[in-house]
Design a protein around this ligand. Structure first.
Ligand code: NAD
Ligand code: ZN
Ligand code: ZN
Length: 348
């Protein structure tokens, strides 16, 4: 089969021919229908060799932590209602399934995964950008129930991650409030739609180009602002000087985090989702009183089911650009050049 793999540190991913894997006991083999391209892949491929290997990433590694497919073969002893032929989405933040957090469906916060070497597909295990993929356990599959896999595969991360981040701030986002989304790419453009569907907040979106801001308006942002040194003042004006009740920073670089910190209202939430290498210094006077700063990771299995329900209800719609597996390397070039509108999806 063909697979898009990261083969050597510092080099672009390559399409290679490898054998179709066999599902081991308890595993499921999927015939992949779609795999989404995330900026985190770019982050991982940007790690220096020492860090890459120390953090337990294999070489070669098939990319893709957003996956959807058709159940092709069940490994020995798979105890599930899943049948060969079922269309499913992959819940990516794999955990042990036994710890307290996993038992709550929050495998993204598994307390055993690191020690037991359990890694998400495409982020340590072999991922979805291939004709077939192994899923380590049937509980990591969620039925698509009629959703188009290509259109919706990115909900497994670009939907689930903002959903998890936003859901925790909903008590602060009633009518008359303001929410800011920084970075309206893959995650951000879905985040705007989730805010629109679930909250009463007026949504202010920031990005660095007019094309990205046009997408933000298209998916429901009430105001769009170029992300530069003048942005904070514009946001203060829009909010009568009070600042905003929640900021979701899908960039996470020091300048965007500084902006987020400076526009946070009293008792607001500042949520840093982007892995842009930034940091902030907190203390009295550095941020509004009772503002809370969070660094979330991905989301829970039940939240994935909720995100898919939102899509089925027609309340969120991922903007996609599709690529074949052979053209996969070009999808990563476009991601790095920031020219993708919404999300790039590889269709094997
Ligand atoms: P993307 O490339 O699709 O989107 C990023 C957007 O940010 C682009 O539209 C870009 O133009 C914009 N941007 C860049 N610099 C900016 C600035 N200074 N101000 C405003 N906008 C700016 O990326 P994505 O796949 O949506 O991922 C976003 C970030 O979230 C990445 O850092 C990724 O690694 C991270 N991520 C985190 C989690 C998590 O669990 N915490 C999960 C998935 C992705
Ligand atoms: Zn991701
Ligand atoms: Zn666990």
């Amino acid at each position: 089969m063909k697979a898009l793999r990261y083969v050597a540190v510092g080099q672009a991913p390559e399409v290679v021919e490898i054998p179709i894997p066999k599902p081991g006991p308890g595993q499921v083999l999927l015939k992949v229908t779609a795999g989404g391209v995330c900026h985190s892949d770019d982050f991982v491929m940007g790690l220096p060799e020492k860090e890459y290997l120390e953090q337990g990433y294999p070489l070669p590694m098939t990319l893709g932590h957003e996956g959807a497919g058709i159940v092709h073969e069940l490994g020995e002893g798979v105890d599930s209602t899943l049948k060969v032929g079922d269309a499913v989405a992959v819940y990516g933040p794999w955990g042990c399934g036994r710890c307290h957090n996993c038992s709550m469906g929050m495998e993204n916060y598994c307390t055993n995964a690191a020690a037991e070497g359990i890694r998400p597909p495409g982020l340590g295990s072999q991922g979805s950008m291939a004709e077939y993929m192994i899923v380590d356990d049937a509980r990591h599959l969620v039925p698509l129930d009629g959703l188009d896999p290509v259109k919706n595969v990115s909900l497994t991360d670009a939907g689930l991650t903002p959903y998890h981040a936003i859901k925790r701030s909903l008590p602060k986002l009633g009518a008359g409030t303001f929410a800011v989304v920084i970075g309206t790419g893959g995650l951000g453009h879905v985040g705007i739609q989730i805010l629109k569907a679930l909250s009463g907040a007026t949504i202010i979106a920031l990005d660095v180009s007019d094309e990205k801001l046009e997408l933000a308006t298209h998916v429901g942002a009430d105001h769009v602002i170029i992300s530069d040194a003048a942005a904070a003042e514009k946001i203060r004006d829009l909010t009568n000087g009070l600042g905003v009740n929640a900021v979701f920073d899908f960039v996470g670089a020091t300048p965007t985090m500084a902006l987020a910190q400076s526009i946070a209202a009293l008792d607001s939430d500042v949520t840093i989702v982007g892995i842009g290498g930034g940091s902030m210094t907190l203390g009295f006077g550095a941020i509004a009183y009772d503002a809370a700063v969070r660094i979330p990771y991905w989301g829970s299995r039940s939240e994935l089911i909720e995100v898919l329900d939102l899509a089925r209800a027609g309340k969120i719609d991922v903007e996609i650009q599709t690529y074949s597996l052979d053209d996969g390397p070009q999808a990563y070039e476009a991601l790095a050049a920031s020219t993708i509108r919404g999300r790039a999806v590889i269709v094997p």
